[in-house]
Design a protein around this ligand. Structure first.
Ligand code: ATP
Ligand code: MG
Length: 659
């Protein structure tokens, strides 16, 4: 890799001040940055005071054996107690915790904190009866139904680490995770509703169990929620209905308290860059991080806000910002089972209108899909309850940010673009909505207590206006503790690139603009080297998306005889653009040259109907690169729809453009 840092291509001059009213009443103000920087441990100890501890810690941080951190050493707590019981004890039992909305329209259910407590206690008793105790692993393979949250909290209550496997994954993916973490019990359902039809889950569990058995691993029990009423195969020795085991169980359960470093869960990464990694999170620090950031970044006012995060609980976003953060904070939230377009395209906006959602957190991929469909759809609903919008998962292109701001946020809602990872457990870089003037496309500033920076090859902080590697310079409470069962891979993957400096390297490229604001530029593995210039994917993609005919874009570098690598782009057009017209490729190439410079002009642009995305909605550029370089396409197991790759490969042969 060359010594040169990442080129800084695009310029963005727009900036939006926090709304005055929000700023005046913000949960966290500007002073927090300085206070946290002056004494990070004292700052985190103060945040830990948000939780209820059975025993207070003796030491905030033990970093004597880096990179293996211990936070709140000696402290004892129970995560489920913090997310549920303490709110009931404080007199908030009648507050709605979950407004659950099923995909079939008439299917809704509200759960108060008191009801949630009863359900979690019942499930904890049922799991105990199935032999689950502290330290045992439980896999959860479920649709977005309240029982999924209940199951997670019941595990946490028992000190049994859960591993939630996204319900869209195949039996192979499930089997490998069952074996990798040694799951004793699987909680699942007969099926769930997606895109207007019931889709089955239990058969995949049966298959996964057989595949695990073939590797000498036996799952002891499968606890099955009846959701769709589909027929399921049944093994009396293993399978147990939730409505038998849980509904009949006692609502009384006395919880045990666990060490702050007791494992809370294992979550496998999305697999955007390769084989998923089993990330281990523990109890105390994780809960402190998620609770603090949920409060600070979303400015949650728990008595008046209705919060909605559209992620699936099968991703870390669902863990941190549907389950642990919001519930630890006593929030009232919406949870939705289905897809945004079922049974009609405005379904999400209907839900915002019906439940008067005030805080809305989603992914850029969803926003770009709505942009593609046109603003008429959201314009048909009353979205005036919204006061704050969030984005997570990828860089939000400036154009998508502006659309989100104008069409969904009515130009009154600040947008928090939140950068973080499965590994970081909680949001690391984001505007604070009452403090930071947001720039479209920038995650802005590390949160108070977080020391993140952009550095060059040698680990030196780059000056403003340059790009490089995004690193975190010190430990933070919600950081991963290791990779499940593989300490060496943990050290190697995250701590070896800047071993000398002791920095955590996240895998992402970023730049600091003239004001020092941080812009994420995509994965460093995806950086292109064109005639000696190191170009990132994000800025070229954003330039393409800023063209009025384009809704989404993915850019990769393909080997090129003259320039080393050349930029290859794949674009999805907006519905309003039709087929784009016959000059579309030339028009877009010129547009990129004008927006960010001739060096970034794609050699090739292909208009495609879809892009390969992970199940969590991220574009898998490595597969596009395989196509662009005429290679066999790599691992597609975490791809949402593998036929997309065939469509793209066949079309590519006809899409070449010459200079
Ligand atoms: P794998 O590590 O298996 O390749 P993954 O990195 O996609 O999977 P996640 O932990 O779900 O798994 O995603 C974290 C990554 O998502 C970050 O490293 C970053 O590349 C990207 N990301 C998340 N939020 C943002 C954001 N606000 N801006 C830019 N990129 C983001
Ligand atoms: Mg990753």
């Amino acid at each position: 890799m060359s010594e040169e840092t990442l080129s800084n291509l695009s310029r963005e001059d727009r900036s939006f001040e926090p709304p005055a009213e929000l700023a005046a009443a913000a949960n966290v103000t500007a002073e927090a940055y300085e206070r946290a920087a002056a004494d990070p441990e004292a700052f985190w100890a103060e945040q830990a005071g948000r939780l209820s501890w059975e025993r207070e810690w003796d030491q905030v941080l033990d970093w004597s054996n880096p990179p293996f951190a211990k936070w709140f050493v000696g402290g004892r707590l129970n995560a489920a107690y913090n997310c549920v019981d303490r709110h009931v004890e404080a007199g908030r039992g009648d507050t709605v915790a979950l407004h659950w909305v099923g995909e079939p329209e008439a299917d809704t259910r509200d759960l108060t904190y008191a009801q949630l407590q009863d359900e979690v206690n019942r499930a904890a008793n049922a799991l105990t009866a199935l032999g689950v105790g502290s330290g045992d692993r439980v896999a959860i393979y479920m649709p977005m139904i309240p029982e999924a949250v209940v199951a997670m909290l019941a595990c946490a209550r028992l000190g049994a680490p859960h591993t939630v496997v996204f319900g869209g994954f195949s039996s192979d993916a499930l089997a490998s995770r069952l074996v990798d973490c040694g799951a004793k019990v699987v909680v699942t359902s007969d099926g769930g509703y997606r895109r207007g039809a019931p889709s089955a889950l239990k058969p995949a569990v049966d298959e996964a169990r057989a595949k695990a058995a073939a590797q000498d691993f036996e799952v002891e029990h499968v606890l099955v929620v009846r959701r769709t009423g589909q027929d399921v195969a049944w093994d009396d020795a293993v399978d147990v209905w939730w409505h038998d085991a849980v509904a009949g169980a006692s609502t009384e359960h006395t919880c045990e308290f666990f060490d702050a470093e007791h494992p809370l869960y294992v979550m496998y990464t999305s697999g955007t860059t390769g084989k998923p990694k089993g990330i281990l999170h523990t109890t105390g620090g994780y809960l402190v991080g998620t609770s603090f950031t949920h409060d600070a970044v979303f400015d949650l006012k728990r008595d008046t806000d209705v919060y909605w995060c559209t992620a699936d609980i099968g991703w870390v976003t669902g863990h941190s910002y549907i389950v642990y953060g919001p519930l630890a904070n006593g929030a009232t939230q919406v949870m939705y089972e289905g897809t945004p377009d079922a049974p009609f395209k405005g379904r999400w906006w209907q839900i915002v209108q019906d439940y008067k959602v005030t805080i809305f957190y989603t992914a850029p991929t969803a926003i770009r899909t709505f942009m593609k469909q046109g603003r008429e759809i959201p314009d048909g609903f009353d979205l005036s309850s919204l006061r704050l919008l969030g984005s997570v998962g990828e860089s939000i292109n400036p154009e998508a940010y502006m659309w989100y701001r104008e069409v969904i946020g009515g130009e009154r809602c600040p947008i928090v673009d939140t950068w973080w990872q499965t590994e970081t457990g909680a949001i690391m870089i984001s505007p604070l909505p009452g403090v930071t003037a947001g720039k479209p496309g920038s995650a802005m500033t590390p949160l108070p207590g977080i020391e993140a920076d952009v550095v060059d090859e040698a680990g030196e902080s780059v000056p403003n206006g340059s790009g490089g590697y995004l690193v975190v310079k010190g430990p933070w409470p919600s950081m991963l503790r290791t990779l499940w069962g593989d300490d060496d891979r943990y050290v190697e993957t995250y701590w070896s690139r800047f071993r000398k400096q002791g920095y955590y390297f996240a895998g992402d490229g970023a730049k600091k603009d003239e004001d020092g604001a941080i812009w994420l530029l995509g994965r460093v593995d995806d950086v292109m080297n064109v005639s000696g210039h190191r170009l990132s994917t994000t800025e070229i993609e954003s330039a393409l998306v800023s063209h009025p005919k384009v809704a989404e874009a993915a850019v990769v570098g393909a080997a090129d005889e003259t320039t080393g690598q050349a930029v290859c782009a794949f674009v999805i057009l907006r519905d309003s653009a039709g087929d784009g017209g016959e000059d579309i490729v030339e028009e877009l190439r010129k547009h990129v040259a004008k927006e960010i410079g001739a060096i970034a002009k794609p050699r090739q642009i292909m208009v495609v109907p879809e892009l390969p995305k992970t199940r969590s909605g991220k574009i898998m550029r490595r597969l596009l690169k395989d196509v662009a370089e005429n290679r066999q396409v790599g691992d597609v197991t975490t791809l949402a729809d593998s036929s997309v790759m065939d469509l793209i490969s066949s079309g590519l042969q006809s899409g070449k453009a010459d200079d």
